[in-house]
Design a protein around this ligand. Structure first.
Ligand SMILES: [Zn+2]
Ligand SMILES: [Zn+2]
Length: 419
């Protein structure tokens, strides 16, 4: 725990869900309504940005989201987890159930931007744009609530905690019944390499499968001048690190992108003492389904054999993994036609897959869906820094675009049943 007292100041929620006289039967009106809501959404986003909460500690964020949704007439479902919100709006007419997922957690990053709504929580920052995802989903919830009597189906919002921390919050939302009766799921992720006013789409694999693991190497301590009497865990660790890199360069088909990285190494106590224990913290990522299961076993084999050759022992701890995230082409087609209807042709990029991982993949193992990338780049305001950067910034206009698209896509799916 950080031991911080976080004071949350709720922005004025008045005005949300009041646009009752504007009909949304035509997708053209979606942009008008999204524009009306935009300022309120900016308030939500800036509030969340100022009071970010780490994975699994999103208590104030959860309360905030619940409050907005209740005000819009949503029924909150029971969540068997301390954080996260699942809410449903049932339309007047029978029809499919569309789920929309937004992740809500922040990162242990110190914000160094100069925005006036900079994080007020030391060492914690919304540096992956989950505050934007939340503001967009809340906006869609508000707009659809106004349309309630015209909806041919139901919409379920999943505000998911702990995306940033494997094993991830998706499984807890699913275990709470989030996907029960759901026909399709929509998701988004902000993209700092894509100009604001554009979206990125790609069919198939877009986010990697991963295997997060810790390695604890047990050697035998001794005097630094008599290494022959001990088993030097640091030397073993050095060889383990090199050997594991050879999995990527020598054992995997060069056509298949794979990365294995160690992000932490701990071991040793003094210059003249042979270290008896070293801990390595690693992650492996890949984009090809045929590598599922193979990479963890390759890593395990390589590490145990190196350790055994020195007479050391090791533990390999499976921290968790996210499946491969594969976008459904039919759902991408819904995004594409609605985006083009709203904003014209030529503003959709074919985004490259990345070796980052996303537990949205967990929902996609159950129903078809897709995660589109939402452009947030604007070099004039320096909104072009990568995810997780201390200088991460967003052109907030993206909130309008994301809200309009998801609202239109949801209505489209309800009208046409995904066809
Ligand atoms: Zn992230
Ligand atoms: Zn993220």
């Amino acid at each position: 725990m950080l031991g911080l007292t976080i004071v949350i100041l709720l922005p004025d929620l008045a005005g949300v869900c009041r646009y009752r006289n504007i009909t949304m039967n035509q997708t053209s009106s979606v942009t008008d309504r999204a524009r009306l809501l935009y300022k309120t959404q900016i308030g939500w986003r800036r509030h969340l940005h100022q009071y970010p909460e780490l994975s699994n500690r999103e208590f104030k964020t959860t309360a905030f989201i619940g409050k907005v949704l209740k005000k819009c007439g949503y029924r909150l479902m029971k969540v068997n987890y301390p954080t996260g919100v699942i809410a449903e709006l049932r339309g007047k007419d029978k029809g499919p159930t569309v789920a929309i997922r937004a992740d809500i957690d922040a990162l242990p990053v110190t914000e160094k931007t100069a925005v006036p709504f900079k994080s007020r929580v030391p060492g914690v920052m919304h540096a992956c744009g989950h505050d934007v995802h939340t503001a967009v989903a809340l906006g869609v919830a508000a707009l659809l609530a106004e349309q309630r009597n015209g909806l041919n189906g139901n919409v379920r919002f999943i505000f998911q905690p702990a995306e940033e921390m494997p094993p991830g919050g998706a499984q807890y939302m699913i275990a709470s019944g989030a996907m029960k009766g759901v026909d399709v799921i929509f998701g988004l992720h902000v993209e700092p390499q894509l100009q604001v006013g554009k979206i990125g789409l790609r069919d198939g694999a877009v986010f990697a499968a991963n295997f997060d693991f810790d390695v604890i190497i047990h050697g035998r301590g001794g005097h630094g001048a008599r290494p022959n009497l001990g088993i030097d865990a640091i030397v073993v660790a050095a060889e383990v690190i090199n050997r594991v890199q050879h999995i990527v360069s020598r054992e995997i088909d060069p056509i298949d992108p794979v990365v294995i990285s160690f992000g932490e190494i701990q071991g040793g106590t003094a210059r003249n003492v042979i270290a008896d224990t070293v801990r390595l913290v690693g992650t492996a990522r890949w984009l090809s389904e045929k590598l599922n299961g193979r990479i963890p076993s390759m890593i395990t084999r390589a590490i145990t054999s190196i350790c055994a050759s020195y007479g050391a022992t090791c533990e390999i701890v499976d921290i968790g993994c996210y499946p491969l995230l594969k976008n459904d082409p039919a759902v991408n087609a819904i995004y594409r036609r609605n985006w083009e209807k709203l904003f014209g042709k030529g503003k959709i990029d074919l985004t490259d897959p990345v070796l980052g991982s996303e537990d949205f993949a967990g929902y996609l193992e159950r129903v078809p869906g897709s995660m589109f990338r939402l452009g947030i780049m604007n070099k004039k305001i320096k909104a072009d820094r990568p995810w997780h950067s201390t200088f991460f910034k967003v052109d907030e206009e993206a909130i309008f675009y994301g809200t309009a698209l998801l609202t239109a896509a949801t209505l489209d799916y309800m009208e046409n049943g995904g066809k």
